[in-house]
Design a protein around this ligand. Structure first.
Ligand code: HEM
Ligand code: HEM
Length: 341
């Protein structure tokens, strides 16, 4: 904890070179994307297991607060990807290290250049959506749903701390023992994995974001009579559930390409992101009991997320789900009208 405080205060105090800010933004963008990813994989699994809840989740994605978050998310992914590629390139070309400063500046400039047209296109979707009169999820709804995720997160960390404390009791370890840091074979494997997976993630995540933000946009997920991006199906019910069902059921040469695509993205990104979290925890949590607890939470949390995401991909969306959800939306709308009237 003390080292986390030192990092924050020293980063603000230290009038360092641009490399310092590259490091800070790389770390912050990485953590931001992981946090979104946890919510996103859980939400997406609802399309398969709890279609009604998925409709609600997408409704919240289309609220003003999440729309601002969406712009921040895209900026984080673009910066993290470009800066990640810079790190990989220089790691394998040490003779060019004297150019690091210049490369870090180029990454910031390039991020700005790419984001400008992307934001203009995204803003077009936002303006179209809010230009029409519709019922938008309120802040109270967002707080109610998102606080459940926060509660879940707190429960996992507290449970891991209790288990780690019990482990320390059984093994006779002192609660304030420091972590013994020695690099293992798995660390060198992960060093390479972070670089190889980073390169593979670039086309996958950029393709995913292009489909979900530029070609169609978050708002078109619920647009009726639109051809669903990457398929030949038309979203007849105009529900988010049919959108996902159409994508996952679309076959190209007999292969459910979007399921394979999402499965690859899921496995690569969760392992990369959660291992990144492990680096950060190991930098700041020096107490052995706390360090072990957080490492357990990361290990089991990451494994659970991959299992949940894969289970949703394998289960798929029932063909009847979208129709049932559409009916329930109609019932809710007419009862709102009745109560309101
Ligand atoms: C607000 C931005 C985003 C939207 C609206 C969005 C939308 C979606 C949708 C509709 C699906 C369902 C399947 C499909 O249609 O392919 C999906 C799945 C998925 N997305 Fe995103 N996505 C966003 C950002 C991201 C980002 C930044 C990542 C990676 C860091 C990501 C990773 C995934 C993964 C791994 C799956 C598969 C989940 C599973 O197997 O259950 N998404 N996304
Ligand atoms: C888009 C392509 C991406 C590239 C090229 C990339 C590249 C990298 C590289 C090279 C590192 C440094 C690894 C090290 O220090 O050994 C890293 C760290 C990290 N990445 Fe990524 N990454 C990408 C996507 C992602 C995504 C989608 C997430 C979140 C799910 C993520 C989360 C993280 C985190 C949390 C760290 C640790 C940061 C730190 O130690 O300060 N990355 N990434």
């Amino acid at each position: 904890m003390a080292s986390l405080v030192t990092t924050i205060t020293e980063t603000l105090r230290y009038r360092g070179k641009i490399g310092q800010w590259s490091w800070v933004f790389h770390r912050l963008s990485g953590v931001g994307i992981v946090l979104f990813l946890v919510l996103h994989v859980i939400d997406t699994s609802w399309a398969a297991f709890y279609p009604d809840q998925y409709v609600q989740a997408i409704r919240e994605y289309q609220s003003p607060l999440f729309t601002i978050g969406e712009f921040a998310l895209v900026a984080a992914v673009v910066y993290h990807a470009f800066n990640g590629l810079r790190i990989v390139y220089f790691d394998y070309n040490p003779q060019l290290w004297h150019l690091q400063q210049r490369a870090a500046t180029i990454v910031f400039v390039l991020t700005g250049i790419v984001l400008l047209p992307v934001f203009v296109l995204m803003f077009g979707h936002v303006a179209d959506f809010y230009g029409e009169d519709r019922e938008i999820a309120g802040l109270d709804e967002l707080v109610r749903t998102q606080s459940q995720f926060l509660l879940g997160f707190i429960v996992i960390v507290v449970a891991a701390l209790i288990l780690s404390f019990l482990y320390a009791l059984i093994t006779g370890e002192k609660p304030d023992d420091e972590v013994i840091k020695r690099p293992s074979a798995i660390d060198s494997w992960f060093w390479s994995y972070m670089r190889i997976s980073g390169i593979l993630i670039v086309p996958l995540v950029f393709g995913h974001l292009a489909m979900m933000h530029i070609i169609q946009g978050v708002f078109d997920i619920t647009a009726a009579d639109h051809t669903v991006v990457g398929t030949e199906f038309v979203n007849q019910t105009g529900t988010a559930v049919e959108f996902v069902g159409d994508r996952w059921n679309y076959l190209l040469a007999g292969v459910a390409i979007w399921r394979v695509y999402d499965g690859l993205l899921l496995a690569l990104v969760v392992l990369h992101g959660f291992n990144g979290l492990r680096y950060i925890v190991n930098d700041y949590a020096n107490n052995r009991m706390v360090n072990r607890a957080l490492n357990w939470a990361i290990l089991y949390g990451g494994a659970a997320l991959i299992i949940l995401g894969m289970a949703a991909l394998l289960a798929g969306v029932e063909e009847t789900a979208a129709g049932i959800v559409e009916e329930s939306i109609t019932v809710v709308e007419s009862s709102t009208f009745w109560f309101g009237g």
